[in-house]
Design a protein around this ligand. Structure first.
Ligand code: SF4
Length: 335
């Protein structure tokens, strides 16, 4: 399957002043790599503050990357200037978590969608109006509501309008930044179904950012788990949900509610908060919260390495997955 976007060693660092003498760097995204194939969805999950949303914005160059490559349809767009980027802007869109904040409250929703068409010279006048109606209809909003303002709609309807605006420019790749987190559970399912239908119809590719793992399982073919600016596990969705290997992934999944109250499960309770990216722990950044941590974990940061069909960044992954032979070498290092 062809890759629509490939991100290599992406970094986004923010220099900040601690006091008038000292400068520090917050590594919001610290050398991550992933790709999304045409018509597929990659989930990006992790706790708040792990760098998921910064990754989404940086991939679209709404935030400028510090380093790395962003290869879209075979072209590295990282160093393109504003004019050159214009062609790619319409191919790459974003749907935000809070649709109300992303819609102009003083504009009728029809005008908001028409603006996207006009900026990219896709349709104006009568053709533009018809296209706006067609888009509203496709996302499940009555086209006769085009003269209404955002406050006249519910949260779910506003998210549908946000989706219509993103679709207006016929994108190929959409960053969905927590698109259902602010919605009621019943409405979440409708929006997820809509995104899935649109993907099938238009062969869209999504980078789906979320902290709700149940939703991610439903819509994503592959999943990248982020912790403190880095990817710690990158795997096919079924592999990851059926058999998580990184201790952090295990902890995240163990906290997902299951419908059967009698189902037996070993919940791993994560203690403490995600550490400050300003002062990350030495060695493996997960070590202060990891139930498997050894002395070695506090010395050296693990690299993402291949384990079967996936990538995992953990010194003790073979012990955790029960590969005894590989675990002997691993334990010799760790003790
Ligand atoms: Fe835990 Fe060590 Fe693996 Fe980090 S490297 S996740 S601290 S076992």
């Amino acid at each position: 399957m062809s890759k629509i976007i490939e991100v290599k060693n992406l970094k986004k660092y923010y220099p900040i002043k601690i006091n008038w003498r000292q400068q520090a760097v917050v590594k919001a995204v610290d050398g991550i790599s992933f790709s999304v194939s045409a018509g597929q969805t990659l989930g990006l999950v992790g706790e708040s503050g792990c760098g998921k949303s910064t990754t989404g914005m940086t991939v679209l160059r709404l935030v400028e990357p510090t380093d790395g490559d962003i290869i879209f349809e075979g072209k590295n767009i990282k160093d393109l200037n504003r004019v050159q980027m214009r062609l790619y802007r319409k191919k790459m869109q974003i749907i935000f978590q809070d649709p109300y904040a992303s819609l102009n409250p003083r504009w009728k929703i029809g005008n908001t969608i028409a603006e996207a068409l006009e900026i990219h010279k896709l349709a104006t006048g009568q053709i533009g109006k018809l296209r706006v109606e067609e888009l509203l209809d496709r996302v499940g909003i009555d086209p006769s509501y085009k003269n209404r303002y955002p406050h006249e709609f519910s949260g779910g309807q506003r998210q549908r309008i946000g989706i219509a605006r993103a679709l207006a420019v016929r994108p190929q790749f959409i960053v969905c930044d927590e698109p259902v987190s602010a919605l009621d559970v019943s409405v979440q399912a409708q929006i997820i179904n809509l995104l899935a239908e649109l993907q099938d119809e238009m062969n869209l590719s999504y980078l789906f950012i979320a902290h709700d793992l149940g939703v991610v399982r439903q819509i994503c073919q592959r999943v990248a788990v982020m912790y403190l600016g880095k990817i710690v596990e990158y795997a096919g969705s079924e592999d990851l949900f059926n058999n998580p290997l990184h201790p952090y992934t295990k902890a995240l999944l163990s906290a997902v509610p299951v419908p059967d109250p009698l189902a037996k499960r070993d919940e791993i309770v994560l203690t403490g908060d995600i550490p400050s990216p300003l002062n990350p722990p030495r060695g493996c950044s997960f070590n202060p919260r990891c139930p498997y941590a050894k002395a070695y974990c506090r010395e050296k940061a693990p690299q993402l390495s291949t384990v079967g069909d996936r990538l995992v960044a953990c010194h003790l992954v073979n012990k955790i997955r029960g590969d005894q032979d590989a675990a002997i070498t691993e334990m010799a290092q760790a003790n």
